[in-house]
Design a protein around this ligand. Structure first.
Ligand code: F6R
Length: 613
């Protein structure tokens, strides 16, 4: 989603802004822009469709120079993908960059039109610039006061940074839903939607809270809360360490996604090791009283979106089967708009890679008012809003994930969820052996994944058969049904092939009609209680001529036929099978996308961090 960076300094901040945009690229965007005020208080503005490099090239030719500026990557919500709709937007001396949505922008636009303002773009952002300009012209006074005046007129979730050519010594920022972080420097200060954009210049950060307005100059930072009181927000040192920086390098891989797929043995191991102490699972980060809270749990509600929702689905099987705890999982965007009933003694769990997903955050905020026992989040970003607003936090040790399609953050979510389930089982004194079995199965997992990664060339060859396909069907049962969903999602996201996943038992209830000799059907077959049933599904597809791709444990005996490709995988304990089977699904999607020549790391229309509803 949109990325913001701003700076007030005595030095030329153009390169800092551009580097910040590069660091924000992973969030997903369609255009980029930069505005810098020069020494004569003149605005230099460049906007470009496409990648930051195109913008950087244009900046080089126009030699931008100045100490105060803002820059932006736009992920379009209102208005087509055009240069004119790219940010920053201006109204005379006022310059605005914005992340989020102003829901009532059409009515504001009409009001402004009556006052003589004509919008040149189709965006909701431009009206903010005109509103500020109008109030400044009418009332005069400090920028921060004018912005306080216009905020009640704006509805929606947004963050904005505003700059004024008539007063280039400061930036004013508003956080209302979407994240904004101040970077503290010496004789200079910064603001961005993500601390990664600012690590190049500082490691000291102030996280704005919802409703905060900040006035930032070279030497001062003033913050007002939503009721207009001056507040001190704590300054924190970035938790992004050198290891994290390693994760940001592509090394010899041609895509982050491939690198992140191949990092999985390591990051899964890290996630396991950080939760095992003397052969027992530990949840030390949840504090000394956690067992008191956990022993009260009678129900678990899990809320998430996209890939994280798939890990929630897998964990429901684990929670109900292993811990005998009733569990419901729900897509965040559905939860927030329906009247739901809170079960007695229910723990709320949110799962989010980024910790900034607007739907999941809204769900958390809503649920906190509803009477859950408490809120636990499973997240990969320790400094994220969801982490800061949750009562309890479990962090996946996946390291930063740059590829828009989630890979290693999904498998580490699953790993952590399984560890969590084992802990609950021990606490409920149901089964002493299960914890041991889970630890053993997890310990063996990284090696088994390494073996699957060796299939890279083989899967690359298989991928050839998909390049002219428009559809694919994924089938799995039990905990492998959500893995089929995840496989289908990966294929859709990065190769733009329509893919659907079904619980294999549903095949004959409809999707079988789609199967003919052109349809690839990907089946996940594990040596579990469903094996005979999966074999029946394979036969149902085979006799209708479907092109079968069966990802199966090597100890499974299957009757081979010409239409069938069997991808033989290491045998695996049933408990960790969903984690293992995910890897070849990711590899298949990756190779198909690679052959199709799509933008694997930044697929069209998608964003890494979905900060708008
Ligand atoms: C898919 C993907 C998305 C995210 C979803 C939720 O590869 O990455 O479906 O899973 O947008 O994001 P988080 O987990 O950050 O809440």
């Amino acid at each position: 989603m949109c990325g913001i960076i701003g700076a007030v300094s005595t030095r030329n901040i153009t390169d800092i802004l551009l580097e910040g945009l590069r660091q924000l690229e992973y969030r997903g965007y369609d255009s980029a822009g930069i505005a810098v005020i020069n020494n004569q208080n003149n605005l230099q503005l460049i906007r470009k469709l496409g990648k930051v490099n195109i913008l950087a090239e244009a900046v080089k030719h126009n030699s931008l120079h100045g100490g105060t500026g803002v820059a932006h990557t736009r992920w379009a919500t209102h208005g087509n993908l055009t240069e004119i709709n790219a940010h920053p937007h201006i109204s005379s001396n006022i310059i605005v960059v914005h992340n989020g949505i102003i829901e009532n922008f059409q009515s504001l636009r009409q009001k402004l039109f009556k006052k003589g303002y004509t919008c040149v773009s189709d965006t909701d952002t431009e009206i903010i610039a005109h509103l500020v300009h109008f109030e400044q012209y009418q009332q005069g006074g400090k920028l921060e006061k004018i912005i306080k005046m216009i905020i009640p007129q704006l509805s929606g979730n947004y963050s904005i940074v505003i700059m004024d050519c008539l007063n280039p010594e400061l930036l004013v920022a508003v956080r209302s839903g979407s994240p904004l972080i101040i970077g503290c420097g010496v004789g200079e200060n910064f603001i961005a939607s993500d601390q990664r954009a600012l690590l190049q210049v500082t490691s000291r950060f102030i996280f704005l809270e919802d409703g905060d307005i900040a006035e930032i100059t070279k030497t001062t930072i003033k913050i007002w809360n939503k009721i207009g009181q001056i507040v001190e927000r704590p300054e924190t040192l970035s938790k992004i360490n050198n290891n994290e920086e390693l994760y940001q390098k592509k090394n010899n891989f041609c895509h982050y996604m491939k690198k992140e797929i191949f990092e999985q043995p390591l990051v899964i191991k890290n996630t396991i090791e950080s939760h095992i102490n003397y052969g027992m699972i530990t949840m030390a980060e949840l504090g000394p009283d956690i067992n008191i809270l956990f022993s009260k749990i009678k129900h678990i509600k899990i809320i998430a979106c996209g890939t994280s929702y798939h890990s929630a689905m897998v964990s429901r099987y684990w929670l109900e089967e292993l811990a005998e705890l009733p569990c419901d999982v729900e897509i965040a965007s559905e939860f927030i708009y329906r009247q739901s009933i809170v079960q007695k003694n229910s723990l709320l769990i949110t799962i989010s890679q980024s910790g900034e997903t607007a739907d999941t955050l809204s769900a958390l905020r809503l649920a906190k008012k509803m009477g859950y026992l408490g809120s636990l989040t499973i997240c990969n970003i320790a400094s994220s809003t969801i982490v800061r607003e949750s009562d309890l936090v479990l962090i996946t040790n996946a390291g930063i994930e740059i590829g828009v399609a989630s890979t290693k953050t999904f498998t580490t979510q699953l790993t952590l969820l399984l560890i969590f389930v084992a802990y609950i089982v021990r606490l409920r004194k149901m089964n002493n052996i299960l914890e041991k079995n889970i630890i053993e199965a997890l310990a063996n997992l990284p090696n088994r994944i390494e073996k699957i990664l060796l299939l890279d060339n083989y899967i690359k060859k298989l991928a050839q058969a998909f390049i002219n396909k428009e559809h694919a069907l994924y089938l799995g049962r039990g905990t492998l049904y959500p893995i089929a969903m995840e496989g289908a999602l990966k294929l859709k996201e990065i190769s733009y092939i329509h893919a659907e996943a079904y619980a294999a038992g549903e095949l004959k209830h409809g999707p079988l009609a789609l199967v003919d000799e052109t349809m690839p059907v990907i089946i996940i077959a594990s040596n579990n209680k469903f094996l005979d049933k999966i074999k029946l599904n394979i036969e149902e597809v085979r006799i209708r001529g479907g092109q079968l791709y069966i990802f199966a444990e090597q100890n499974i005996c299957l009757t081979k036929s010409n239409e069938m490709k069997i991808i033989s995988l290491p045998n695996v304990e049933e408990l960790v099978a969903p984690i293992l089977f995910t890897i070849p699904m990711q590899m298949l999607a990756y190779h198909i996308a690679l052959i199709k020549g799509t933008n694997v790391d930044q697929p069209r229309n998608l964003a890494k961090c979905v900060t708008v509803e």
